[in-house]
Design a protein around this ligand. Structure first.
Ligand SMILES: [Fe+2]
Length: 158
């Protein structure tokens, strides 16, 4: 049940849009924590560079989470990213604790960011079809930033 809003989008469209945003928020929340795990646990000869790079990426992810969550509430929905929901529904593989050497951590984080960026990108056209150019724009902005973060990671290992 959505909150009433003066935004001129149908309740059916807003229901689908908020569900889509919540699905992406689950992955982004998981990605945020796994980026911080990379920041904390990475080891290797260039530790400080990677430690700082991962923190920059975590900041971008957290900022995007806030903007996406507030789009959910603006559309009349509720944000549903409790730890239990995230753990039960995320599509990302779990941090195992085995990947601590810098190249392995970077490769793994690149895989996760690629996965999340592609998932969010796939929502751009869907949001546009639901007549919500604003959410389509948000997905565009978030996936573009993830692509840039992915480039920074790939440039270290390719
Ligand atoms: Fe830190």
């Amino acid at each position: 049940m959505l909150r009433h809003t003066r935004i001129g989008l149908s309740e059916a469209h807003r229901t689908t849009l908020t569900a889509l945003l919540n699905e992406d928020l689950v992955m982004m929340t998981d990605l945020y924590l796994q980026t911080k795990l990379s920041h904390w646990n990475v080891i290797g000869p260039h530790f400080i560079a990677y430690h700082e790079l991962f923190d920059d990426i975590a900041d971008h992810v957290l900022e995007a989470i806030d903007t996406m969550a507030e789009r959910v509430t603006a559309l009349g929905g509720a944000v549903n990213t409790s730890v239990q929901t995230v753990a039960g529904t995320t599509q990302l593989s779990a941090w195992s604790g085995e990947h601590r050497q810098d190249r392995a951590v970077i490769a793994r984080l690149a895989d996760l960011i690629g996965q999340v960026g592609n998932a969010i990108r796939s929502g751009i056209d869907q949001a546009a079809e639901l007549e919500d150019a604003d959410t389509a724009d948000l997905f565009t902005e978030v996936s573009r930033q993830l692509d840039k973060d992915l480039w920074f990671l790939e440039a270290h290992i390719d």
